[in-house]
Design a protein around this ligand. Structure first.
Ligand code: XIL
Length: 459
């Protein structure tokens, strides 16, 4: 079960800083700060281009302020870490681990035993079971051992299940050469190399239902067996590379199905993590504003699982900006939460508002005031100094929003699930919040890069 109370020194200090600077709001206004209040991890990969220094500074700035967990897109895979037999290359992985340490982030290791991105020299041994076993064991010993205590969790086995039938993926070199017991062994070796690391089985299409004929159903049976046999697995990673529901005719996955899997895993004391999320549209189609808003809602529904299920703690997106995404190769586009220009998309807003307003169920309410959101009740909160001259404040009276301290601002209103319900520009210090039904909302006022948010009720 996840610990609902942030206890690490790092998290606590973030909460305290957050409380201390309630009057300069922008520093608090990140996915990361709200994720930490909710005691979950939110993250994105470091794209391969980052390792070669090929990305604009703004990319890293966004990455380290918005996220608190990181994974390498390709740099800890087998072909990257052991390109030739028993010669290991940890340079890129070390670079990421250092970055994570500097920025107080959790680290995922991806992936140890996978059929893809395996160097050719491994395939040469596909008919030699004994040799392949020793190759896999040596790889896991070295790689997990090298980052012992620094990589917090590993994808020990990735994508070992067939897409079409409830069975193992038959064309994996590990499966062909060793048999399905490569999985059990990989977990045992990884645990021996770092007994404190969390160890996951990771796969895609797990949001397609806990049905014995689907991947998740087959996997669940295996997890039961592993747990019964003492195999040291602690988590299941759901990649969750999905397509927007309106463009994928064959889409049969859903956040609800993934939630059912989380609940089944909870019975086995196994965690569920979302490890590679993207929600793409078919390549070539025109993506409208309302498409992007619907996409935001799907992002939010997957987040709800992580917020609401006690054995779910991680929400990791497979990329930062649509400009650098593997989705083109899948014939999909625009599946991430920042656009090509590194501007936040509606999905970002949906996630931020949801994280900001999530309230844990009564029986798990935290009484520690250092981590509670005091800003929500304030009627006037200053925007960060960087917003421009002086500070900006706002308050709502009836249906009028008053904004002081700025000539012009963009105003957005969201419902408590992060759905946009109203947007306007204020030019003269007030905005009529027209056409919004009674209820609780969040209003956000933006001026340049600074923003200020506040909860309010329409009665
Ligand atoms: C992808 C990377 O994003 C690409 O750059 C690379 O060419 C292929 O692999 N499932 C996984 C990830 O587990 O490792 C894959 O990453 C995406 C699908």
């Amino acid at each position: 079960m996840r610990n609902l109370f942030p206890v690490s020194g790092f998290m606590l200090s973030v909460a305290l800083i957050g409380a201390g600077i309630a009057s300069t709001f922008a520093a608090d206004e990140t996915l990361r700060s709200y994720a930490e209040k909710n005691d979950i991890y939110i993250g994105a990969i470091l794209n391969s281009q980052w390792f070669g220094g090929g990305l604009p500074a703004q990319y890293e700035q966004i990455h380290k302020t918005q996220f608190n967990i990181v994974v390498a897109e390709n740099e800890m895979k087998f072909d990257a870490t052991e390109p030739s037999e028993n010669r290991f290359n940890y340079n890129n992985g070390d670079k990421m681990v250092k970055y994570a340490k500097q920025n107080g982030m959790r680290v995922r290791g991806h992936a140890l035993a996978w059929h893809s991105q395996v160097p050719n020299w491994v395939n040469n041994y596909k008919n030699d079971k004994k040799k392949l076993l020793s190759v896999l064991k040596n790889h896991i010993n070295n790689v997990v051992g090298h980052w012992k205590g620094q990589v917090d969790e590993w994808d020990v086995v990735n994508e070992a299940i067939s897409n079409n039938e409830p069975m193992w993926r038959s064309y994996s070199v590990w499966y062909q050469g060793i048999g399905p017991e490569f999985i059990d062994s990989a977990f045992v070796w990884a645990h021996a190399a770092d007994p404190d690391a969390e160890l996951c089985y990771n796969d895609y299409n797990l949001e397609q239902g806990v049905n014995p004929k689907a991947k998740a159903g087959f996997l669940l049976e295996q997890v039961k067996r592993w747990v019964a046999n003492g195999i040291p697995i602690t988590c299941v990673g759901s990649q969750t590379h999905v397509e927007d529901t309106t463009t994928d005719k064959h889409f049969i996955g859903s956040p609800d199905s993934l939630r059912s899997l989380a609940r089944e895993l909870a019975k086995l004391n196994i965690k569920l993590k979302i490890t590679e999320l993207d929600i793409g549209f078919k390549s070539g189609i025109n993506v409208s504003k309302s498409d992007l808003e619907r996409q935001g809602q799907t992002f939010r529904q997957y987040l709800d699982i992580i917020l609401e299920e006690p054995n779910a703690d991680t929400y990791l997106i497979w990329g930062v900006s649509d400009k650098w995404s593997w989705l083109g190769g899948l014939n999909r586009q625009k599946g991430l939460i920042y656009d090509d220009n590194l501007k936040p998309k509606p999905a970002f807003d949906s996630l931020l508002v949801r994280l900001q307003n999530f309230e844990p169920p009564q029986d798990t309410i935290v009484t520690d005031t250092t981590s509670s959101d005091t800003t929500a009740q304030d009627s006037s909160i200053a925007i960060a100094q960087s917003a421009g001259p002086g500070s900006v404040t706002m308050h709502v009276a009836g249906r009028t929003l008053f904004i002081a301290g700025t000539q012009s601002a963009k105003v957005d209103v969201f419902d408590m699930r992060g759905r946009p319900v109203f947007s306007a520009r204020s030019e003269n210090g007030s905005v009529e919040l027209k056409g919004i039904p009674e209820g609780l909302y969040v209003v956000r006022v933006r001026n340049g890069s600074a923003s200020l948010t506040k909860r309010f009720a329409i009665k």
